[in-house]
Design a protein around this ligand. Structure first.
Ligand code: AMP
Ligand code: GLY
Length: 423
């Protein structure tokens, strides 16, 4: 079977790498891909949100399965469009992808289903939002309703910070149409984890737990990013937290979609805040996490294509996910300046040297080929991924490999997975 993977990040490199291990697969294309993906798939120059272009490619090349990495094409309805023409595609339709595409929709469905999450209010007018901020008089999180690549969320300790965030989104329109509606929610304390599952609408099959590192700097300082590193498993997801997440979050969510008659297929990813063993939902995504996918797929032993086909065909109840017990970690190497403005086009050195570190793999994100060499072309550039007998071993291997790689301005966190060390 020929497979088309849509996207160009570290997550998509990991998807291509894992899909290539499936005995069912004869050929992999990736649109648009990156310099690393070009080493294990044929990259085609079609943008991830060019749905008509992707569909034409899938028809012309007899693609048996299309796998969508990022959220934008999902919210734009790529699954609806492919299915209408009888093409097989893994992911949620546009109605289900609203769970990620609109934070207001997600909060309302959680309220109706009784899913534990922070209290919230929704606004379109800055003055009303500010009135609420002053009445509440407590730390709040200000969120743009729509998609903003992980950057439209402002945790605010003071009323002045919250009012400034409201102005950035509603008055200055920094996020365009994604910020015509805002959600203000109570600030939750605790430790975060990513709980990522397959679903076919009737069964939820969890992948191993993981933890992302959202802030740009060590010790969780600085602004939020798309994610600066991840590891799996996340010990904060104890067996009890796992059970509670399934019973109080995942199953009620699946039933809420069933009650609304919305097909619920693909990935469902709960971003959790865990305190005293109680998980609460920060957000839902309808796709794999980036960089969580890198360590999770490093550990997954099951055939990923088989899992995806079972989700499409409603056979997940018969599936048993097999996993390597050894922990894995991914350290993201980013461009200097990210998550704000950054330069591109710097030659990357040391990739071959890093590849010789055992039990590691360097997934590419923002990379491109130029004059026969590999250069930076994005904010998050590489995801150095490693496994080990212990999380400490995995971390040591990842940093050994990362230390061999460099370019002008490179930055990466030095404390990825440290929260897991003491547990
Ligand atoms: P989201 O995209 O909604 O997951 O938000 C991005 C990040 O902002 C989360 O991973 C948290 O670090 C932080 N965050 C979001 N909502 C809250 C909240 N209610 N309380 C504390 N931190 C939050
Ligand atoms: N790493 C966070 C996300 O993929 O949304």
């Amino acid at each position: 079977m020929k497979v088309l993977v849509v996207g160009s990040g570290g997550r998509e490199h990991a998807l291509v790498w894992k899909i290539a291990q499936s005995p069912k697969v004869t050929k992999i294309y990736c649109a648009p891909g990156n310099a690393g993906i070009a080493g294990c798939a044929t990259c085609v120059d079609i943008a991830a949100d060019d749905i008509d272009g992707l569909k034409k490619f899938a028809v012309d090349n007899e693609i048996g399965l299309t796998v969508v990495g990022p959220e934008l094409p999902l919210t734009l309805g790529i699954v609806d469009s492919f299915e209408k023409d009888g093409l097989r595609i893994f992911g949620p339709n546009a109605a289900a992808a609203r769970l990620e595409g609109s934070k207001k929709f997600a909060k309302e469905i959680m309220r109706e289903a009784g899913i534990p999450t922070a209290d919230f209010a929704v606004f379109t007018a800055a003055e009303e939002a500010k009135k609420y901020i002053h009445e509440k008089n407590q730390p709040l999180v200000v969120k743009a309703d729509g998609l903003a690549a992980g950057k439209g969320v402002f945790p605010c300790r003071t009323a002045a910070e919250a009012a400034a965030a409201v102005d950035r989104i509603l008055t200055k329109k920094e996020f365009g149409d994604a910020g015509t509606v805002i959600v203000l929610e109570d600030f939750l304390e605790g430790e975060e984890a990513s709980f990522i599952c397959f679903t076919d609408g009737a069964t939820i099959v969890p992948l191993p737990s993981s933890q992302d590192h959202k802030r740009i700097f060590d010790n969780d300082a600085g602004p939020n990013t798309g994610g600066m590193g991840a590891y799996s498993p996340a010990p904060v997801v104890t067996p009890q937290v796992h059970e509670r997440t399934m019973e109080t979050i995942m199953k009620p969510l699946m039933l809420a979609f069933a009650a609304q008659g919305i097909p619920f297929k693909g990935i469902v990813y709960a971003g959790l805040m865990i305190k005293d063993g109680m998980p609460r939902v920060l957000e839902f995504n309808m796709r794999m996490g980036d960089p969580e996918t890198q360590p999770i797929l490093f550990r997954l032993k099951s055939d990923l294509v088989e899992l995806m086909e079972a989700a499409i065909d409603g056979r997940l109840a018969q599936i048993d996910v097999q996993c390597d017990p050894r922990p894995a970690v991914c350290v993201v190497m980013a461009a200097g300046g990210y998550p704000d403005a950054y330069a591109k086009g710097y030659p990357i050195r040391g990739l071959e040297d890093a590849a010789s570190v055992p039990d590691t793999f360097v997934f590419h994100a923002g990379t491109a080929l130029k004059n026969g060499g590999i250069v930076t072309s994005g904010g998050r550039v590489l995801g150095v991924t490693a496994r080990g007998a212990t999380i400490q071993d995995a971390v040591a291997a990842a940093y050994r490999a990362a230390g061999r790689i460099g370019w002008e301005g490179v930055q990466y966190r030095k404390d990825i997975a440290r929260k897991a060390f003491g547990r």
